[in-house]
Design a protein around this ligand. Structure first.
Ligand SMILES: [Zn+2]
Ligand SMILES: [Zn+2]
Length: 122
């Protein structure tokens, strides 16, 4: 497995949708390849829910550099959060209701996120 293969499989790996064979190959590559092992370790430090919870701090650049790096690692492997971030940025200028419809992850929009949207609409 190459590093590119590894990265392309990682999203499925974290979402538990890989077959046992490819999953074992991902594990093996992570064990053998230092940067890829590090990528997996960092990606595990944050869940999709954490990502969404801190999204407005991320966009506003208020996150500490270490945490920001973790976010970026997560984005690199998680197409769900990448899509969510895109839709968030697109709907910032639209209504809060539109965001609620477009957002796949949170059941309820966090306070800070609402405030950020309202501030952006002024
Ligand atoms: Zn690698
Ligand atoms: Zn995610």
């Amino acid at each position: 497995m190459t590093c590119d293969d590894y990265r392309s499989q990682l999203h499925d790996y974290f979402h538990g949708s890989l077959e046992p064979g490819p999953q074992a190959e991902v594990d093996r590559h992570a064990a053998e390849c230092v940067p890829c092992g590090e990528l997996m370790r960092l990606a595990r430090e944050i869940s999709c829910r954490d990502f969404v919870g801190f999204l407005n701090e991320y966009i506003d650049g208020e996150l500490a550099p270490e945490r920001r790096a973790i976010f970026e690692r997560h984005l690199a492997i998680c197409s769900d959060c990448t899509a969510y971030l895109d839709s968030y940025r697109k709907t910032m200028s639209l209504s809060v209701a539109a965001l609620r419809d477009a957002a796949p992850v949170p059941a309820k929009i966090p306070e800070g996120l609402l405030r950020a949207i309202l501030a952006a609409r002024k």
